[in-house]
Design a protein around this ligand. Structure first.
Ligand code: AMP
Length: 258
């Protein structure tokens, strides 16, 4: 595996593979866990060249404290990615992605402003912009995302359609711990006691009933518990456990997604 920091290096590294090879991209913010690894494994199984980007996108954090406390483990991550058979790990410095004078943004207007978007203004604008940039830098045939971030998937799907981007979107099911909690880099911030309380979130969503889930989450600081008419439809929620914000969702149609 090669670790690259510049756009030029990524383009040069991929040039010999074009045309002809199937290139897969997995965009991430690092602090890898089994959720990320499921995306790497799918990309490895389905593509000739697997590119993983590791970029903690400062623009998608509304809150400086949240950005500051976001877990980082670049060296460990590189080991996990290499072990998973990743070919290129792209770890750009912030200035490589947002050079001085940067001022062009992509806004998925409606989808980006509901649910997560209502509580995190500007979040999906930053997500859509960085994904579009990564798609332009890597020019993948297929990009891999997790159902864990259902609204992100919906935003990226809309972005691909609306801007006629030529790539396939692959969505992999949410990977959970034994207690049902969806794996998330932010789980590392939970104390054992907080973690125990956090496990009510997947149990509430497992009811697949918004009212029942709201009742079970009574007493928690809840941003929303809503049915979202995404593809597939989901029951989605965001709760705060002692200042740590967790999101999760369950698919409401039976099938391949969960
Ligand atoms: P992140 O590093 O948190 O931005 O996540 C990178 C990718 O991994 C995104 O497409 C996420 O949806 C996906 N992902 C994160 N957690 C999980 C999980 N528990 N199961 C499946 N995919 C996940």
């Amino acid at each position: 595996m090669r670790t690259l920091e510049t756009i030029r290096e990524v383009r040069d590294a991929l040039a010999p593979s074009r045309p002809g090879s199937r290139i897969g991209l997995v965009p991430t913010m690092g602090a890898f866990h089994a959720g990320h690894e499921s995306l790497f494994a799918a990309a490895r199984a389905e593509c000739d060249v697997v590119v993983v980007s590791l970029f903690v996108n400062p623009m998608q954090f509304g809150d400086a404290v949240d950005l500051e406390s976001y877990p980082r483990s670049d060296e460990r991550d590189a080991g996990i990615a290499a072990e998973a058979g990743v070919d290129l790990l792209f770890v750009p410095p912030v200035a490589e992605i947002y050079p001085e004078g940067f001022q062009t943004w992509i806004e998925v207007t409606e989808l980006g402003s509901i649910l997560e978007g209502a509580f995190r203004p500007g979040h999906f604008r930053a997500v859509a912009t960085v994904c579009c940039k990564l798609f332009n830098i890597v020019r993948p045939d297929v990009a891999y995302f997790g159902q864990k971030d259902a609204q992100q998937v919906e935003v990226v799907r809309r972005l691909i359609r609306d801007l006629d981007l030529e790539l396939e979107l692959r969505v992999l099911p949410t990977v959970r711990d034994e207690d049902g909690l969806a794996l998330s880099s932010r789980n590392a911030l939970l104390s054992p006691d907080e973690r125990e309380r956090a496990a009510v979130l997947p149990r509430a969503l497992a009811t697949r009933d918004a009212d029942a889930a709201r009742r079970m989450l009574n007493g928690f600081e809840v941003d929303y518990v809503e049915v979202a008419r995404f593809d597939p439809p989901v029951l989605a929620a965001a709760v705060h456990i002692d200042g740590i914000r967790l999101i999760d969702n369950v698919v409401l149609t039976k099938g391949a997604h969960e």
